[in-house]
Design a protein around this ligand. Structure first.
Ligand code: AMP
Length: 459
């Protein structure tokens, strides 16, 4: 039986973040229509003010026109919840798809026919629920008559729940439009993202569900948590990041209460350094496994006070620095396993007493990159058979070179106390999409790691 088949025997719980990515491929006439509607002069005045948030439609139009003029990719938060209607009446979305790590991972594992995929997201509007794949192994926890039951997310949606829609406006170089007397030609292709940052969107477990977390933890083989980057420093009702992180800690402890279920935290970049530090110090010590990419390890090290090492990783991207940073992190946070993915290689760093051999750890990373290559080739993984597509994608050559350099460096770095395993990635030349590839690597790595532990009788 292949490793993927073994991983598919597992049941996984994943939370918290989901959103809808609504994509608009911008047309010249749409942009011209907006300019005519709001008036060139009015827009130009607002462009000079350079609004940093979108509170009314004119803010959006001004920042969009600015992005088109410069051709630079931009992201601006939408803070006024009432603007949904305005956007939806002005644009037809060409594609709507699942966004957010928990949502992406739940759909991926469900499509791979995992035994049971339990997904929890605190806000489940009808539109969000409709983004989940229609698979019989996918469940959402619901409390009915004081009991915990499971339904397909689509059967569990709640009218009135807020929905986080990230609107992505894709533009192409060469588009032209008139802004008053000026003719604007878009210099580069790119995207303008209007990201929903509403007060009402929170990262937490509803109080009614919380007492059932031990039962959920006991019923699954692994837990994948993500979305902490969505916590805001403070909210208008007086709650703050400390509050939500205390609750997040309780969630992990509750999931582990009946059985020490393995928990993986998928880390995403957090701009605010204080918040980043809080997430690391509060949560890393409670989980078993952490996944991140190369720039995130640099950010993490910076927050932990290793600014020189962090700068080195940012500037030179040297594998020995990444590995050194990884060792520091697993020691300080006492993690069982840390997985770092970069464009050219993926690495596991564990302590030397990890139950899995280097060979087994390598197999797990191999599965992860196969899965990502399949997704990059196809845009999405719809069935276990799709996995095979990844096997025909060659390993990148730079990765081989990096691996060699690492073997040399290994002699210099003291690695006796650690197990460090690295593989080159299978890299797709013209990926259909790069959205969710990191999440795919982490989900593939963690679940196959669990499957290998189980094979050894360690799970
Ligand atoms: P993240 O930065 O977390 O979104 O993760 C992106 C990861 O996806 C990279 O570290 C690569 O390992 C992988 N990846 C990116 N582009 C490709 C590609 N074209 N083909 C296969 N894997 C890719």
């Amino acid at each position: 039986m292949g490793l993927l088949d073994e991983a598919r025997e597992l049941s996984i719980y994943t939370a918290y973040n989901t959103n809808v990515d609504a994509i608009v491929y911008l047309k010249e006439e749409t942009v011209q229509g907006l300019i005519n509607e709001f008036g060139a002069e009015t827009i130009q005045r607002r462009m000079e003010e350079y609004p940093r948030q979108i509170n009314e439609p004119l803010d959006f139009v001004a920042r969009l026109v600015h992005a088109l003029k410069t051709g630079k990719p931009m992201e601006v938060p939408l803070i006024n919840e009432e603007l949904h209607m305005w956007f939806d009446s002005h644009f037809k979305y060409d594609v709507e798809r699942m966004g957010g790590q928990a949502g992406i991972i739940a759909n991926l594992l469900a499509n791979l026919n995992f035994r049971k995929v339990l997904v929890y997201t605190p806000h489940l509007a009808k539109k969000q629920a409709a983004m989940f794949v229609n698979k019989p192994n996918l469940f959402y926890p619901v409390i009915e008559d004081g009991r915990l039951i499971f339904k397909h997310p689509y059967e569990a949606y709640r009218d009135g729940d807020p929905v986080k829609v990230n609107r992505i406006f894709e533009f192409r170089a060469g588009m032209t439009f008139k802004l008053g007397s000026e003719t604007v030609t878009v210099p580069f292709s790119g995207r303008f993202i209007v990201s929903a940052r509403f007060e009402s969107i929170r990262i937490y477990t509803e109080p009614g569900l919380k007492p059932f977390l031990p039962e959920i933890g006991e019923s699954v083989d692994g837990v994948i948590l993500s979305g902490y980057q969505g916590i805001k420093p403070r909210y208008s009702d007086g709650k703050d990041a400390n509050h939500y992180l205390r609750e997040a800690k309780k969630d992990i402890l509750l999931l582990k209460r009946e059985k020490d279920v393995k928990v993986h935290l998928e880390f995403a970049s957090i701009q605010n350094r204080e918040l980043r530090k809080k997430v690391i110090y509060n949560l890393f010590p409670l989980v078993d496994s952490v996944g991140m990419d190369e720039s995130e390890i640099a950010h993490v090290l910076n927050a932990l006070g290793y600014s020189k090492l962090s700068d080195r990783i940012f500037t030179y991207n040297r594998i020995e620095d990444t590995v050194l940073g990884g060792k520091i992190l697993i020691d300080e946070m006492n993690l069982e396993v840390l997985q770092i993915h970069t464009i050219y290689y993926i690495v596991y760093i564990t302590h030397a007493d990890n139950p899995l051999s280097e060979e087994k750890l390598r197999q797990s990373l191999g599965l992860a990159t196969n899965l990502a290559a399949a997704r990059a080739s196809l845009g999405e993984i719809r069935s276990p058979e799709d996995f095979k597509v990844g096997l025909s994608v060659p390993y990148n050559e730079r990765g081989e070179y990096v691996k060699l350099r690492f073997e040399e460096a290994k002699r210099r770095l003291r690695t006796k106390e650690y197990r460090v395993v690295i593989i080159p990635t299978r890299l797709v030349k013209n990926p259909v999409s790069t959205v969710g590839l990191g999440d795919t690597i982490s989900a593939g790595a963690f679940t196959s790691y669990l499957a290998l532990l189980r094979r050894k009788g360690e799970l």
